[in-house]
Ligand binder design. Sequence first.
Ligand SMILES: *[C@@H]1O[C@H](CO)[C@@H](O)[C@H](O)[C@H]1NC(C)=O
Ligand SMILES: *[C@@H]1O[C@H](CO)[C@@H](O)[C@H](O)[C@H]1NC(C)=O
Ligand SMILES: *[C@@H]1O[C@H](CO)[C@@H](O)[C@H](O)[C@H]1NC(C)=O
Ligand SMILES: *[C@@H]1O[C@H](CO)[C@@H](O)[C@H](O)[C@H]1NC(C)=O
Ligand SMILES: *[C@@H]1O[C@H](CO)[C@@H](O)[C@H](O)[C@H]1NC(C)=O
Ligand SMILES: *[C@@H]1O[C@H](CO)[C@@H](O)[C@H](O)[C@H]1NC(C)=O
Ligand SMILES: *[C@@H]1O[C@H](CO)[C@@H](O)[C@H](O)[C@H]1NC(C)=O
Ligand SMILES: *[C@@H]1O[C@H](CO)[C@@H](O)[C@H](O)[C@H]1NC(C)=O
Ligand SMILES: *[C@@H]1O[C@H](CO)[C@@H](O)[C@H](O)[C@H]1NC(C)=O
Ligand SMILES: *[C@@H]1O[C@H](CO)[C@@H](O)[C@H](O)[C@H]1NC(C)=O
Length: 586
Amino acid sequence: MSRKAWATRLLLWVALVPILVTAVGRRDVPPACNDHSFVNVLPPNVSVEKVVFVESGNTYGEGLRNLNYPIQPTNLPDLCAVTIFVKFSSASAYRFGLFLPVDWNNRILTYGNGGFGGGINWLDMGAGVKYGFAAISTDTGHNSTSGDISWALNNPETKTDWGWRSIHGSVEIGKKVVEAYYKKKIDYSYYSGCSTGGRQGLKEVQISPESFDGVLVGSAAWYTSHLNTWVSKVGTYNLPLTAPNHINASLFPAMAKEVVRQCDRLDGVEDGIISAPDACTPDYTVMACNRPGVNQSACLTAAQIATTAKAYGDYRAADGALLYPGLSPGCEDQWALVLGQNMTSLYGLNYARYFLYDDPGWQWQDYNDSAPAYAARTDPGRATADDYDLAPFRDRGGKMIMYHGLADGLLPAKGSDLYWERVVAATGGGNATATQQFFRYFTVPGMGHCGGTAVDAPWNFAAPFQAGTLGNDSWSVPGYRDARHDVLLALMGWVENGTAVDAVVATTWDASANASTPVRRQRPLCPYPATARWDGEGEVNAAESWRCEGHASTGPEVPKSVAAKSVGYSWATAGALGSMALSAVL
Ligand SMILES: *[C@@H]1O[C@H](CO)[C@@H](O)[C@H](O)[C@H]1NC(C)=O
Ligand SMILES: *[C@@H]1O[C@H](CO)[C@@H](O)[C@H](O)[C@H]1NC(C)=O
Ligand SMILES: *[C@@H]1O[C@H](CO)[C@@H](O)[C@H](O)[C@H]1NC(C)=O
Ligand SMILES: *[C@@H]1O[C@H](CO)[C@@H](O)[C@H](O)[C@H]1NC(C)=O
Ligand SMILES: *[C@@H]1O[C@H](CO)[C@@H](O)[C@H](O)[C@H]1NC(C)=O
Ligand SMILES: *[C@@H]1O[C@H](CO)[C@@H](O)[C@H](O)[C@H]1NC(C)=O
Ligand SMILES: *[C@@H]1O[C@H](CO)[C@@H](O)[C@H](O)[C@H]1NC(C)=O
Ligand SMILES: *[C@@H]1O[C@H](CO)[C@@H](O)[C@H](O)[C@H]1NC(C)=O
Ligand SMILES: *[C@@H]1O[C@H](CO)[C@@H](O)[C@H](O)[C@H]1NC(C)=O
Ligand SMILES: *[C@@H]1O[C@H](CO)[C@@H](O)[C@H](O)[C@H]1NC(C)=O
């Protein structure tokens, strides 16, 4: 290049740089993005903690100071990030965050939390704001990781904050903040939460039917009193470590593989995905150590086989009443969560210690069957979301979608069946079709707790926590941002256009948590008790080859013939737990 060409190029740059800088600098900070916009609408005891304008392409959050959500969303759109501080009582306070996008879709979306963790869920909010929602999330009134419940000790106020008050207040105050900021009425209010987030959503619908127009709740930990005591109970089945009935967690993968071998074909297609777990009772005697030819590194004794039966079994009171249903066949890959440790899971142990009995010296060995009734009677924090009459929500036009992964090894999938059936009884007069006019429940074959898969099952449909599994800047279903594949968009269509959600197509990739790898499978999820049935001819990994069958009032169709076709399922492709960031979800 000649010297003249260089000089010209240099001149061009010298001329361009100020223009580029001005272009960036000219990105206007909305005048409303400062605390004066909100102070007038905040009730007493509520203050603005922080207001920051975030330019597009940037990240926002609290980093490692946020113990439960240390990962920040990246590549955000232009938005105003607000943190509000609510001091409701002298013994507790909660905070909530808002992302107020410049390009607003006139709607708000509140996200739930996970486990007993305390922290604003900025990561999910980052996914929500990319749709255009003003996104909201609370820290639930404390600062802790998911299994740390020490903040609840002798403090009924922090229990109440976690139980319902922080979500309720965040939505109520959040609506005021959003309307003051945009000087406009909100058109629609949505909710999205899984696990504890599922419980929070159901609880809010029950105590405040006007909070949301559309609700998405997954793997809901709704039955706090019975669920968190079941967690202790099921843990004791596999303890102590020295008991002859103890199954070492290193055996769970071999058990999972055997259960797929026995149960997979009962749904009509041999693809490694158990879609009809209730049709199967795993027979572990084929793995019995005293059986000739059985692999002695992956075998079970009679005492250990008895432990498996207890884990699948329902937890019942002395009079036979159901306390909580057991685990479903197909979730053994996740058994380490409640059966794999040297003590019961923290969700059971610390619930008993800090939430239920206020006794830090309580040990898992102290568990006895009086716990569920005591927990139901006292219900600390009024956390249990066991009101089944959703007529007030229905009658003001609310729509709700609930889902549960059938391979969930932390929260039994049948717990969601139970909630659904009780709502049908209480709200639909026993008529499931009537209930489905406003509330539908989708089961997700092969999906673990809230997302991820160990069996290459389609698991991603833009439910809460799922975007974060795919990356810190992810949102919706990459490559499929439409109401057919994205349950949130489908829910919006139901609420706003009356388009009932008859199916949602779930997706997985060759590397199940890497959406840059080729799509491996897509398949519709169906409104319970309908199930997805393969047409017997088409490409088995394509959604078009499947349709939902079985009507709400008649129940699922029982497959007549078995094992239509093997689709070459390979264990080599199955990741252990998927690469779900479980710590953030739980
Ligand atoms: C939460 O507690 C940790 C220490 O336990 C602290 O470092 C962090 O700053 C706290 N976070 C917030 C948001 O207060
Ligand atoms: C404000 O907080 C105090 C205790 O700090 C409490 O007694 C009072 O009820 C609260 N007021 C409102 C409106 O929440
Ligand atoms: C469980 O198995 C692992 C690996 O085989 C072994 O290291 C561990 O000691 C075992 N645990 C118990 C309690 O036997
Ligand atoms: C026996 O089981 C162990 C543990 O699951 C496994 O690593 C090994 O490959 C198995 N051996 C055979 C021959 O299947
Ligand atoms: C249980 O295991 C944890 C680590 O998983 C360890 O820190 C703890 O000391 C163990 N407790 C007992 C009683 O063995
Ligand atoms: C059952 O557990 C509770 C709580 O630890 C305890 O107070 C009670 O005494 C126990 N009951 C029996 C019969 O051991
Ligand atoms: C159940 O509800 C549906 C939808 O509301 C209605 O069409 C149907 O007649 C009801 N069935 C019975 C048996 O009442
Ligand atoms: C997401 O953020 C975390 C923490 O900032 C980082 O460790 C991780 O690598 C990021 N993930 C991706 C896919 O960029
Ligand atoms: C409602 O339907 C209209 C017309 O088909 C469409 O443009 C709009 O996106 C739909 N809204 C939602 C939330 O699905
Ligand atoms: C995801 O897959 C793409 C395409 O194969 C690859 O380039 C990328 O490194 C993968 N990302 C991660 C985090 O593994």
